[in-house]
Design a protein around this ligand. Structure first.
Ligand SMILES: [Zn+2]
Ligand SMILES: [Zn+2]
Length: 214
């Protein structure tokens, strides 16, 4: 096993480790059962990054729940690329939940009835939500059965070895697609890679918008 880099090669190894450990890729639609791996992706910054990860997972025969924002500073689900991204995620067999910004958790029929708060504060983090499941409620969350890659830092280490050994009775694994799809040894370098890709995308979008780029 290579070192625990935040790149797509190691992401594949993480999925392979979960398979080796006998885990079942499960959704937030039932109480976690022994052997369930609740694969969760909060999409904070980039739909293109989410789609790249989603395609890789489909190749690997794996399904996840993607949490998308309606109030994102960085992308727009109401525009054509947003609509097609949501369609593609479903087509690949993934689920789509709402990545909500407190205090608004307004679900519409684009979303399954499941919510993950963006950058939540402790007072409401695990509180019930009307008409939806909260991924951080006690039903789906406890400290021993939760790992997150936030800002390229696993608080208890990369979980690939523990997954391969089947150490977790079940696990909620939160990963942020941008961290794995865009490469860099630090978060700043990863963001530099992402911004380079975004710049290309913006040039393309300007052309599509009939801006004279001659
Ligand atoms: Zn690892
Ligand atoms: Zn977030």
């Amino acid at each position: 096993m290579s070192s625990c880099r935040f790149d797509l090669a190691h992401y594949r190894e993480l999925l392979d480790a979960a398979k080796a450990g006998g885990y079942t890729f499960a959704f937030f639609d039932h109480d976690p059962r022994p052997g369930d791996l609740l694969l969760r992706h909060d999409v904070d910054l980039s739909l293109a990054g989410a789609l790249t990860l989603a395609e890789l997972e489909a190749e690997e025969g794996v399904a996840a729940t993607y949490f998308l924002m309606t109030g994102s500073v960085f992308y727009n689900l109401a525009a054509a690329p947003g609509e097609s991204a949501m369609g593609r995620l479903r087509e690949l067999g993934h689920r789509v939940g709402l990545h909500a910004v407190w205090p608004r958790a307004e679900l519409d029929d684009r979303f399954d009835a499941v919510v993950a708060w963006h950058n939540p504060d402790p007072p409401y983090m695990s509180e019930p939500i009307d008409g939806a499941d909260n991924v951080m409620s006690p039903r789906f969350f406890n400290r021993e059965r939760y790992r997150s890659d936030s800002n390229q830092s696993w608080r208890s280490g990369c979980p690939h070895e523990a997954l391969a050994r089947g150490d977790f009775e079940w696990l909620q694994l939160l990963t942020h697609p941008e961290i794995w799809v865009y490469e860099g040894e630090t978060m700043r370098k990863t963001m530099t890679s992402m911004l380079a890709a975004e710049r290309e995308l913006r040039w393309h979008q300007l052309g599509e918008d009939r801006i004279d780029l001659s």
